[in-house]
Design a binder for this molecule. Structure first.
Ligand code: H79
Length: 418
């Protein structure tokens, strides 16, 4: 069965962009909560935010060159600062530095042929009607409970729905909306927030009414189109009530989403390719994040990482894009993906001499490295003539053995097409 969402599972790989006032503070996008900054103090930073080097075309081109097919920008994060021309507040990029970042982003994506995604925070620590809860920057104030008595989530909800209406009305077709997030279990004597606070049913209805083809994640706290595991790789294909679900792992380069100057705990390009392959092997997507810096530039390091992934994708992308899980069981330290009648074996480590693939004897016409098309010689254990085989001992009948070169080819993840 095909649907308007098929592009998503086909495309498999997208770019996440976290960009906001926190980019210039440069110490994690949760800095407001971490440092318990009052909204009026945090707001002062807005006057100094001037991302003169933000170039949406450059970002979109880097995504394209990395092999990504869609991109998702933070239209507004928990800090409440709108990176678009919202008429419902003056706390916007338009009012402070005269640019509609969402507009620049959607235009650039379309020019580069990328699907357009927006991230929108359900949380808003700047809005005066948003009640204080355990994630809120005012949580530790003595008068927090009294302050809440004068806050009204009904009014906040109107604002929330209103900004979503703006985003889904004024920027053409939006393919994907990433809401963030529901935390409805109480903690430390505080309430959380969830579907009732967002009026999730009505918000989801509004979303679909304004953008009939849109894909929505499930962080409104009610089932929607996909689940978005954050900074972890699921153990296997994800299911809900026994049915496989569409999923996407969102992953960071260094553990922070917003630009985090002093955090140098970076994932390597080869690890990131393995994470992408791992997602596809389990039926999922990967949304990989960058955080442009305080001037809006993508850091040289992040650009280099994207370029390195792109080098791998140039030769190997057909093993992930348009591909999905395979029924065959992959040997330890490897992953299988499948596209049509092709199986792809991704080697996360480099064994000496051979890889043994159970039950594949007689089913493989040709084996080759994907990066250079070079043949991998194979041998099979013939169930009728066990003595004939050249395979080193101990493999059961039906096993296909791949004969690898001693030297690991110089690619991030060697991939063999079967
Ligand atoms: O936008 C990104 C994150 O800011 C947001 N979702 C992604 C896509 C998000 N991150 N964490 N959470 C949502 C859940 C809350 C985690 C917390 Fe913490 C743990 C809040 C306080 C402790 C980690 C450490 C995040 C802030 C400080």
């Amino acid at each position: 069965m095909s649907s308007s969402h098929d592009w998503f599972t086909h495309d498999r790989f997208g770019l996440f962009i976290h960009f906001g006032l926190y980019s210039t503070l440069a110490r994690h996008e949760w800095v407001m909560t971490r440092e318990q900054t009052a909204p009026e103090d945090y707001e002062r930073n807005a006057r100094f935010f001037d991302p003169d080097l933000f170039d949406a075309r450059e970002v979109a081109r880097a995504a394209k060159a990395a092999g990504m097919r869609y991109a998702v920008l933070t239209a507004k994060h928990h800090e409440g600062f709108a990176m678009f021309d919202s008429k419902l507040t003056d706390y916007t990029s338009m009012q402070t530095f005269g640019r509609d970042i969402v507009r620049e982003f959607v235009d650039a994506c379309r020019e580069e042929g990328l699907r357009v995604g927006l991230y929108f925070s359900l949380i808003d620590w700047h809005h005066p009607e948003f009640t204080i809860d355990y994630h809120h920057p005012l949580r530790d104030r003595e008068d927090a409970v009294e302050l809440n008595a004068s806050r009204d989530m009904v009014m906040y909800r109107e604002y929330l729905h209103g900004q979503v209406r703006e985003l889904l009305t004024n920027y053409g077709t939006i393919d994907y909306l990433f809401y963030d997030f529901t935390y409805d279990e109480p903690r430390d004597g505080w309430e959380g927030k969830g579907p009732a606070d967002w009026d999730a049913e009505a918000l989801l209805r509004l979303t679909r009414e304004l953008q009939p083809g849109i894909l929505v994640n499930d962080r409104l706290g009610i089932p929607a189109d996909l689940v978005t595991p954050e900074q972890y790789q699921p153990d296997e294909t994800m299911t809900r009530d026994g049915v496989e679900v569409t999923w996407e792992a969102c992953q960071t380069l260094n553990g922070s989403w917003g630009y985090d100057r002093d955090n140098v705990d970076f994932k390597t390009p080869d690890l990131l390719v393995r994470m992408l392959v791992d997602s596809v092997a389990k039926g999922g997507n990967m949304l990989l994040n960058i955080g442009p810096d305080g001037r809006g530039a993508v850091t040289p390091r992040d650009l280099a990482t994207l370029a390195a992934i792109g080098d791998w994708m140039d030769r190997n992308e057909r093993s992930v894009i348009g591909a999905g899980p395979a029924a065959e069981v992959a040997p330890f330290g490897t992953r299988f993906t499948r596209r049509g009648d092709r199986l792809y074996l991704h080697l996360f480590h480099w064994p000496f001499g051979h890889v043994h693939l159970p039950d594949l004897a007689g089913r493989v016409g040709f084996a080759r490295f994907l990066h250079d098309g070079s043949e991998i010689r194979t041998s099979a254990i013939d169930p009728d003539q066990q003595a004939w085989n050249t395979t080193p001992g101990g493999q059961p009948a039906g096993t296909l053995t791949l004969h690898l070169p001693v030297t690991r080819p110089d690619v991030l993840v060697p991939t063999i097409e079967l």
